[in-house]
Design a protein around this ligand. Structure first.
Ligand code: FES
Length: 113
């Protein structure tokens, strides 16, 4: 059965490209999905596995839309924090690589200096 998108608030793209998979991408994918269930967010948060997002040096990469927030270095633990932050309509700042400011993407707090 197709997902009812009218209930979806966030779309979480989980990079499953080669570099991210070498850095635990499968575990990140599973943990994110389990935490979404644990937090009761199944109707609000939809996840998709993607191929490489072009930021392999930041593996594992997770992207949240429509916020336009890119996360880097996502581990299963960080993945749980990202889901919990979504529940509060916040970003998990320590892992933010970049976020959309309405015109372009700007570096986040978790970005390299
Ligand atoms: S494999 Fe994930 S960004 Fe390239």
């Amino acid at each position: 059965m197709d997902r009812d998108l009218t209930l979806t608030k966030y779309h979480v793209l989980i990079c499953n490209g080669g570099s991210c998979m070498q850095q635990g991408g499968e575990q990140v994918t599973q943990e994110l999905r389990q935490e979404i269930e644990a937090q009761g967010l199944q109707s609000l948060v939809h996840t998709s596995r993607t191929r490489c997002n072009g930021r392999c040096g930041d593996a594992c990469v997770v992207i949240v839309y429509p916020k336009g927030v890119w996360y880097k270095g996502v581990t299963p633990s960080v993945g749980r924090q990202i889901v919990r932050s979504l529940k509060r309509s916040e970003n998990y700042a320590p892992a933010v690589l970049a976020e959309y400011n309405g015109e372009t993407f700007v570096s986040g707090k978790g970005a390299p200096q």
